[in-house]
Design a protein around this ligand. Structure first.
Ligand code: AP5
Length: 219
């Protein structure tokens, strides 16, 4: 069977990559590979990798490429990713984009598309400030835009919702700077290479953004 869809979801912190990626992954039955989620799980489990990553994440800095590339290589080579994948939060600098090309080449695969979620800075700051997550089932809510039915409790499993450690205001400002300085140049890399890059108007309700994404992907 050929690849269903090999996609990178791109955008600033809080642009909605996780939200859109989870919906699309369910619809296409392919995995969403979020380097942020993989790192948070390693931190939660207290693995050596997690301990190394935590200091960078709490400061809003990028975790060293060597750590990230090991995680991504393993995820892309897994059976689950054979029919296709949605990368969320990776690549985040040009060196990671070049490494991704090599990993895919070694697997005999290539990227189909890069979808960029465009959202103004003031909106991403508000989205991040309002984000709450479920530590048990990983559902994500927003007290401003997508509130849970009962205050601070997960709709799916009833656990108390928590705020991410790196969602404090100072750290968010640093994450935005890192996005502009190190991550945005990845788009120029793909444009030069000829990989299709599509910009979506992501300052819209969740279902409208998903509809734009699906219509672009032709599903
Ligand atoms: P990571 O976890 O990747 O965080 P991020 O890129 O900063 O993105 P976020 O998870 O904050 O946002 P999102 O775009 O997924 O938005 P979401 O859907 O949750 O990375 C965290 C850290 O890990 C990094 O700082 C770095 O240290 C490290 N790291 C990760 N990958 C790395 C890599 N490749 N290399 C090096 N280091 C790496 O939505 C946000 C909120 O808005 C939610 O509350 C949601 O409910 C709400 N929302 C979403 N869509 C909408 C909408 N359309 N309307 C209204 N509200 C919405």
């Amino acid at each position: 069977m050929g690849d269903l869809m090999n996609l990178v979801l791109f955008g600033a912190p809080g642009a909605g990559k996780g939200t859109q990626g989870a919906l699309l992954a369910r619809r296409l039955a392919i995995p969403r590979i979020s380097t942020g989620d993989l790192l948070r799980e390693a931190v939660r489990q207290g693995t050596p990798l997690g301990r190394q990553a935590k200091q960078y994440m709490d400061a809003g800095e990028l975790v060293p490429d060597a750590v990230i590339l090991g995680l991504v290589r393993e995820a892309l080579a897994s059976d689950a990713a054979k029919p296709g994948f949605i990368l969320d939060g990776f690549p985040r600098n040009v060196a990671q984009a070049q490494a991704l090309d090599e990993i895919l080449r070694s697997l005999g695969r290539r990227l189909d598309d890069v979808a960029v979620l465009d959202v103004p800075d003031d909106v991403v700051v508000k989205r991040i400030a309002g984000r709450r997550g479920c530590p048990s089932c990983q559902s994500v809510y927003n007290v401003h835009y997508e509130p849970p039915r009962r205050d601070e409790l997960c709709d799916s499993c009833n656990s108390s919702l928590v705020q991410r450690e790196d969602d404090r205001e100072e750290t968010v400002m640093r994450r935005l700077q890192v996005y502009r300085g190190q991550t945005q140049p990845v788009l120029a890399y793909y444009e030069v290479q000829g990989t299709p890059v599509v910009h979506l108007e992501a300052d819209r309700p969740v279902d409208e953004v998903q509809a734009q994404l699906l219509s672009h992907l032709g599903s």
